[in-house]
Design a protein around this ligand. Structure first.
Ligand code: SF4
Length: 358
């Protein structure tokens, strides 16, 4: 196994840089933010693309740029509106951080986007990868990006057989990526690395027979392409069972905003119970139980079952004092899908229940 802390041979660096840029020139990947120099739009695209495929993120980027063409308009928007626009993209902390950072830039930095790595990195929701991407794309600064795609390309090309998800390995990979960076055009180099990893040297279908790196690629030469990069075993997800009560009264549905430090903070939901429960129908006219809906998060696997309950028009006031209604608001049923942002699992339920919930 090569020592990844050792300096890399200069001729190998030159080979890698040249072939990478040549490959990129032959394989253009048009995207609306490519060639963009406005740091606000670059930042927006990078936050949207965190943990998100380009095809999924693209319409969100377009929606955000159309609705908030500059940082002031994003900063002035109500949080609920931003979350609604983000709906379906997941990892809502990104949207909240995006909004908080927009306020910081608009109100404390007078609308001027930070123009060096450290201050970009200081924005809420911006980690080393995103800071390097913004610094290089918007300001031409020499900071190498390092994400899952780049780890894979480096691990394969250099034949690195250490676990990539350890702090020590991450530090070494960061140094390796930085050494390889073509500082005469960091933006083009970073973009090419990302594109090459995402489309060519992919996890399952590396296109080695057509690859310009083949003659020097350790993984290819050692027959280890499918094995690299090495990762420790996957995370064990915590399983959670949510039971939602879709309570309908006089054409209204009861919803509340999630608060606290749990998942989906700031999104809306129906009154919810967690764990094994007994549903009390409050003298309800009908109870319908949905099939289970599932949503996988990074650390959790959520299963949700929905009980639709029609409360009689003349339901006694006492019912609404039940703790289940705490912090709830009534919303007209027909407005349910239009105005507020729900977690994906509730969206799926709503989309699958158009007959009863429309
Ligand atoms: S030869 Fe295969 S494994 Fe090596 S860089 Fe090219 S596509 Fe990736």
């Amino acid at each position: 196994m090569p020592d990844i802390t050792a300096p890399i041979d200069e001729s190998l660096v030159a080979f890698f840089r040249k072939n990478l840029l040549d490959w990129s020139a032959r394989n253009p990947r048009p995207m609306p933010w490519k060639g963009e120099r406005d740091p606000y739009k670059i930042w927006l695209s990078e936050i949207i693309l965190q943990q998100t495929r380009v095809e999924q993120g693209l319409p969100y980027y377009q929606k955000f740029v159309a609705k908030y063409p500059n940082v002031h308009q994003l900063a002035d928007a109500p949080e609920d509106e931003v979350l609604k626009l983000w709906e379906g993209l997941g990892y809502y902390t990104r949207a909240r951080n995006l909004h908080a950072a927009a306020k910081h830039i608009a109100y404390e930095l007078e609308g001027t986007f930070p123009n060096n790595y450290e201050s970009i990195r200081g924005l809420k929701g911006v980690g080393p990868y995103t800071a390097s991407a913004i610094a290089s794309f918007a300001f031409g600064l020499p900071h190498a990006v390092l994400d899952g795609n780049v780890y894979r390309v480096l691990a394969r090309f250099f034949g690195v057989e250490t676990l990539i998800d350890t702090p020590a390995a991450q530090k070494h990979f960061a140094a390796l990526a930085q050494n390889l960076l073509n500082s005469s055009d960091p933006a083009a180099h970073n973009q090419a690395m990302m594109d090459f990893g995402a489309t060519f040297c992919t996890p399952q279908q590396a296109r080695c027979p057509d690859c310009p790196f083949q003659s020097e690629c350790c993984a290819f030469l050692m027959g280890k392409v499918a094995e690299l990069p090495l990762k420790s075993k996957g995370l064990v997800k915590k399983k959670r069972a949510f039971y939602y009560l879709v309570l309908r009264h006089q054409g209204d549905i009861f919803v509340r905003k999630r608060t606290g430090k749990d998942i989906w903070r700031g999104l809306w939901e129906f009154p919810q119970l967690e764990g094994p429960i007994q549903v009390s129908p409050f003298g309800a006219e009908a109870v319908r139980e949905s099939e289970p809906f599932r949503q996988l998060l990074t650390h959790q696997a959520v299963t949700a079952v929905f009980f639709e309950i029609d409360l009689p028009d003349d339901a006694p006031e006492e019912i609404f004092k039940n703790p289940l209604f705490q912090d709830c608001e009534r919303i007209a049923q027909k407005m349910l899908k239009k105005n507020i942002a729900f977690p994906k699992v509730i969206d799926c339920f709503l989309q699958n229940n158009v007959l009863t919930l429309n």
